[in-house]
Design a protein around this ligand. Structure first.
Ligand SMILES: CC(C)(COP(=O)(O)OP(=O)(O)OC[C@H]1O[C@@H](n2cnc3c(N)ncnc32)[C@H](O)[C@@H]1OP(=O)(O)O)[C@@H](O)C(=O)NCCC(=O)NCCS
Length: 291
């Protein structure tokens, strides 16, 4: 596979994403209007793998990351090319490198509008819309439905409790990622009749906090699992990424979060989403890159 590419005005080579200073990645994402902080990039580099497109004097003109889960699946994210080099083949070249690294893995990603045509041409199929809800959380949350079960805080050293539930909902074991996320997160679990039936995490990200993942079997449980974090964030900036359109989305809107962007969940190799009614499902995403 081609390890260098000549664009109109630049000769770029592919390097491991860990070989560059994190401030260069931060500048890249800021340049396309993304909210990632230095810390968010540091976390993503720990959680996954990536490459950067670098010129002869070390300037970074593109990035792409992949996050393997188990033996045969990965999510892709942080696919960015600097505005100066867009529409010159950089994005396609970076994705071809990602394919080479991922081998036979089945793939999923959340595509922006800008990238949609590229991913379709690379064999990805659209599955669902993701709504990015965000804003300053209302001082008082809307009235909540009655709670069925008990909500408790979960210490990160007990994170194993949610692994089986999450694997069912996500469709693939992502224990390592959950362990990493738990290090900086506040975690809540919902137990009913002695079983763990839902959980949610909340962590700092971008402009404020992200509530996600949120895994639950029904809207009512999901609302409680999101509310437990949002009530502590009254007046602060929060974000929830969801594929929901029903009561969970209504609750987010009533909490004063509004849709700021939509992206499209796409997969390659096999369908990624396989939700069954009343079975555990992902109501809130860990993040666009993490699905
Ligand atoms: C999406 C993005 C990575 C594409 O990178 P790029 O370097 O422009 O990609 P390429 O030049 O390889 O173009 C790939 C395809 O995208 C399409 N495309 C790119 N720029 C386009 C433009 N300005 N108008 C129309 N189509 C365009 C073309 O179909 C092109 O296909 P082709 O190879 O047959 O011509 C880049 O626009 C970007 O960083 N956007 C902001 C961040 C973002 O949205 N990232 C995607 C996250 S999922």
């Amino acid at each position: 596979m081609q390890k260098s590419v000549r664009l109109k005005s630049f000769e770029l080579i592919a390097q491991d994403i860990n070989s560059v200073d994190v401030s260069l990645l931060h500048a890249l994402s800021t340049g396309v209007g993304w909210p990632h902080r230095l810390k968010d990039w540091e976390f993503l580099r720990r959680a996954g793998h990536g490459i950067v497109a670098v010129d002869g004097i070390g300037r970074v003109f593109g990035s792409a990351m992949w996050f393997p889960h188990g033996d045969d699946f990965a999510t892709i994210g942080l696919v960015i090319t600097s505005p100066r080099t867009q529409a010159e083949g950089n994005g396609r070249w970076l994705m071809q490198q990602v394919f080479e690294h991922c081998g036979d893995r089945k793939l999923a990603l959340n595509s922006t509008i800008a990238a949609h045509k590229l991913y379709v041409s690379l064999g990805f199929t659209a599955e669902a819309t993701v709504y990015q809800y965000q804003g300053e959380v209302a001082a008082a949350l809307p009235a909540l439905p009655s709670l069925d079960g008990e909500l408790s805080e979960l210490s990160p050293d007990k994170i194993e409790e949610i692994f089986a539930l999450d694997t069912f909902a996500f469709g693939t074991n992502r224990d390592r990622l959950l362990t990493l996320l738990s290090e900086g997160a506040s975690i809540c679990v919902l137990r009913r009749n002695g079983a763990t039936v839902g959980y949610s995490m909340c962590r700092e990200f971008g402009r404020g906090h992200v509530v996600g993942p949120v895994v639950a079997s029904n809207d009512r449980d999901a609302i409680h699992l999101a509310a437990v974090h949002l009530k502590d964030l009254a007046g602060q900036f929060a974000r929830v990424d969801t594929r929901e359109k029903g009561p969970f989305a209504d609750f987010l809107q009533q909490s004063r979060l509004a849709i700021s962007e939509t992206v499209t969940t796409m997969s390659k190799g096999r369908p990624f989403l396989n939700r069954e009614a009343n079975e555990p499902a992902v109501y809130g995403l860990a993040g666009h890159a993490l699905s």
